[in-house]
Design a binder for this molecule. Sequence first.
Ligand SMILES: Nc1ncnc2c1ncn2[C@@H]1O[C@H](COP(=O)(O)OP(=O)(O)OP(=O)(O)O)[C@@H](O)[C@H]1O
Ligand SMILES: [Mg+2]
Length: 135
Amino acid sequence: MNATAQRQLQHESPRAEQPSELHPDLNRAHVRFINLGKTYDSQHGPVDALQNIDLAIQRGEVFGIIGRSGAGKSSLIRTINRLERPSSGRVLIDQVDISEFDEDHLVQLRRRIGMIFQHFNLMSAKTVWQNVELP
Ligand SMILES: Nc1ncnc2c1ncn2[C@@H]1O[C@H](COP(=O)(O)OP(=O)(O)OP(=O)(O)O)[C@@H](O)[C@H]1O
Ligand SMILES: [Mg+2]
């Protein structure tokens, strides 16, 4: 995935080589990806799942991320609560860079973020309530 949110960045600084790093309005966003990159090491070599992702998502906004299978949607979303650690760039949540969060801070952060996993592994032998109860 290689994306620049043109809607958010249209008021951006004209200096293309430094798109949004210091833009105060964008960096006040609820969720902010700055030049985010994620490369996985696989058996077949490095996989560049995310490159130069620059997005600003405002509080209360309903924001969809769409793309073909393998485009990097899950990789991107999983950086919001650091289930994936970015290879480059930064993720700001309410203007706080979460890259240096220790385990305690990550636990606190994850308690504030709801996530429905793509492979959510419900137990068919249990009721809905028992599945909810389990964690
Ligand atoms: N743990 C991993 N190790 C190596 N490569 C990975 C890993 N996780 C994802 N990838 C690769 O990164 C790329 C992006 O994967 P990702 O799961 O983020 O895509 P996706 O858009 O969520 O796909 P889908 O629509 O199928 O869920 C793919 O090429 C995938 O094979
Ligand atoms: Mg996915």
